[in-house]
Ligand binder design. Structure first.
Ligand code: HAM
Length: 430
């Protein structure tokens, strides 16, 4: 069927599932990244930025051909030169590509990296689900130590706690490649035995990606899954040891967690630990995942690297975290609360005000000003509404005398100060 032409009204709307960040939304997002970066830096991570486009194979091999993300949700494009590129649906595969490309394996291991920005998934938009979504991610590449799984979980947990909400970690293990293979056999046998309880969608998944049946949201399948064989019961000694250590470290870090036997996550690259963060509402219902991650020891090889590179990481959903965060959780540092409202009146004052405003900026005073406004009364009202403690009044007379009136907005006391003394005088004000 030919697609209906979009009207001008349609075209003047952001594409479906994508949105503008305006006013508070803009600053909250920025504040979130600032806080997340500060915590990640503290835990030893360094920033990295990789392109938003990658070769299609980075994700089809890395994330997995039969995952929802690759099969249904990728934005693909073909360049004029014929390259097949995709808009990144997630961060891990691109970061691993960068690690391999730049030979980071020859540096002291492991490498701690953080990144952030937009990702693209052609999902059905709904609350908390966007087609252009934002993540903050962590990856620790080059070591299989269990303590690194715990550091990843701890760093993400501390970032999410900044929302002001109680955060819980849901955790599971998929074991190593050997366990996964063995477990897949057990699972397939289990589901085949119970085939009549499965919907057509789950029967399809059984063919293409049986692990995803564990993730099913169908009521009957969810009930069935309560009796499905668990990874924990299939673990070999190595995998058991790894998981036990991770849990011991989480206990030591006082991180509340629940073991969730059906947690498998929607990406193929995971081995051993997988986890997600949720918060509960008053009715005890858990939120959409605020973030998730796990170990991915097999990814580098699957992407074509010659060596195995053990690694662990996570992605935090910035949109969802901001949506559930309490008021004032993420005020960015550049949004300082102004202490002074600079009021200028008339042409002479406006012209001279440029210099004064610049002196105050260099001294790092938080000043609000608007050279486009004229009326004293209106500007004083604005300063009052914004609860700014002092007004600096600069009119024609002051411009000629080289002074500024400093007015305490609460007591209404005023002081006339020479421009050359202004900066020092402001320093004395509380
Ligand atoms: P993911 O679970 O696909 O993992 O995404 C991480 C988080 O991004 C989710 O928990 C959710 O909060 C957010 N998210 C995902 N899709 C959407 C959407 N459509 N709208 C809004 N938020 C969304 C990854 O992407 C892995 N790369 C994480 C990782 C890093 N594993 C190891 N290292």
């Amino acid at each position: 069927m030919p697609k209906k032409q979009k009207t001008t009204k349609d075209l003047l709307q952001a594409p479906k599932g994508m949105r503008d960040f305006i006013g508070d939304d803009f600053y909250k997002k920025q504040g979130f990244y600032e806080k997340a970066q500060e915590i990640a830096e503290y835990y030893g991570f360094s920033g990295i930025e990789v392109p938003m486009l990658e070769h299609e194979e980075i994700f089809s091999k890395g994330v997995g051909d039969n995952t929802d993300i690759v099969e249904k949700e990728m934005y693909r494009l073909k360049t004029k030169g014929g390259d097949k590129l995709v808009m990144r649906p997630e961060g891990t595969a691109g970061i691993m590509r960068s690690y391999i490309e730049h030979g980071m394996g020859s540096l002291p291991q492991p490498i701690f990296l953080y990144y952030g920005g937009p990702f693209f998934r052609h999902e059905r938009p709904q609350k908390g689900r966007y087609r252009q979504l934002y993540q903050f991610g962590l990856e620790i590449i080059g070591s299989e130590k269990a303590v690194l799984d715990a550091i990843t979980i701890q760093t993400g947990y501390q970032i999410l706690k900044e929302t002001g909400r109680e955060i819980t970690v849901k955790i599971n293990t998929l074991g190593d490649a050997e366990v996964r293979k063995e477990h897949l056999k057990l699972l397939k046998a289990f589901y085949r035995k119970n085939k009549k309880l499965l919907s057509t969608k789950d029967l399809d998944r059984l063919q293409t990606n049986p692990l995803r049946v564990l993730d099913s949201k169908e009521k009957l399948t969810m009930e069935l899954n309560e009796n499905a064989p668990t990874f924990i019961s299939t673990l070999n000694n190595e995998s058991k040891k790894h998981f036990k250590l991770v849990l011991e470290y989480l206990d030591a870090a006082h991180i509340p967690y629940e073991i969730d036997n059906t947690l498998v996550r929607g990406l193929d690259y995971y081995t051993h630990t997988v986890f997600e963060y949720v918060t509960y509402d008053d009715k005890g219902e858990s939120s959409l995942a605020l973030g998730g991650g796990g170990r991915y020891d097999g990814l580098a090889k699957v992407m074509g690297h010659t060596k195995d590179v053990p690694a662990v990481g996570l992605g935090i959903g910035v949109d969802r975290s901001i949506e559930i965060s309490k008021e004032d959780s993420f005020n960015p540092k550049i949004r300082k609360k102004p202490k002074f409202y600079f009021i200028q009146l008339g042409y002479e004052a406006k012209a001279k005000a440029f210099d004064i405003i610049e002196i105050l900026r260099k001294k790092k005073y938080a000043v609000k000003h608007s050279l486009a406004k004229n009326k004293l009364g209106l500007q004083l009202k604005k300063a009052e509404d914004l609860k700014i403690p002092y007004a600096l009044i600069f009119g024609k007379k002051e411009a000629i005398d080289g002074t500024v009136i400093v007015r305490n907005m609460k007591s209404r006391k005023q002081e006339t100060v020479e421009i050359s003394d202004l900066s020092d005088y402001l320093k004395t004000l509380k």
